[in-house]
Ligand binder design. Structure first.
Ligand SMILES: CC(C)(COP(=O)(O)OP(=O)(O)OC[C@H]1O[C@@H](n2cnc3c(N)ncnc32)[C@H](O)[C@@H]1OP(=O)(O)O)[C@@H](O)C(=O)NCCC(=O)NCCS
Length: 186
């Protein structure tokens, strides 16, 4: 298992080399990051099957999403560059609203297309796993499009194991899509 570079919430600066010289920090998100978070998500909605949403989130929907995470004590992290531009984000969300599921969370990670493949997803996932442990969670579930090799490999690299596949559970861009569940017991 890959170790996180810093404790969760701590600002970590790391120069990503040699692909790019951009210095990336991971920190808890604040309200000023929501438009950056939304832009990255909107591109994934528009161009990919990595999320099965059909429409991007409005500013109001994103604000409500952020407030709900705060109320539930669940983290949202952003990866930012030196200018504090959001390059990627990740969060933990409730897996299911019923109380018996309260020790399981679902994780989400989205890195802007121009910044993918540079270790940002890995750093975000490391911090999310660490935070889930700190929160006393027992497991993390990732629901991943069955063809999303990048995300499948990223999660496997952190010890997530297959927890089932639901065939043709999704439909986007005129075709059926499988969802693969991966799980990490903490
Ligand atoms: C999936 C995603 C979060 C990975 O983040 P990233 O910053 O691009 O990935 P990293 O550079 O940290 O790479 C970490 C690992 O992921 C895997 N990976 C990343 N990009 C990959 C690609 N294009 N093809 C295959 N594996 C890939 C590799 O295992 C990689 O480790 P390695 O470099 O040691 O081989 C990112 O590509 C992304 O946001 N994609 C679109 C949205 C998405 O799919 N979100 C997840 C929804 S479940």
């Amino acid at each position: 298992m890959v170790e996180p570079p810093t404790a969760p919430g701590e600002t970590a600066k790391q120069t990503l080399f040699p692909k790019t010289m951009v210095s990336v920090s991971i920190r808890p998100a604040n309200a000023a990051d929501l438009s950056g978070i939304n832009e990255i998500y909107a591109a994934a909605v528009r161009d990919t099957v990595t999320t099965w949403d059909y429409e991007p989130m409005s500013r109001e929907q994103r604000a409500a999403w952020f407030a709900a995470h705060r109320e539930q004590g669940l983290p949202v992290f952003v990866a930012t560059d030196d200018a504090d531009t959001v390059l990627g984000w990740g969060c933990l969300s409730r897996y299911n609203h019923r109380p018996g599921y309260r020790f399981t969370v679902e994780n989400s990670i989205y890195v802007g297309r121009a910044h993918q493949g540079r270790g940002i997803g890995r750093r975000l996932l490391a911090v999310l796993i660490d935070t889930a442990r700190e929160l006393g969670m027992h497991s993390i579930v990732a629901a991943i499009d069955g063809e999303n090799e990048a995300s499948l490999r990223l999660h496997r690299a952190f010890g997530f194991e297959p927890a089932g596949r639901v065939r043709e559970a999704g439909f986007k861009f005129d075709r059926w899509l499988d969802v693969a569940y991966l799980q990490l017991l903490l």
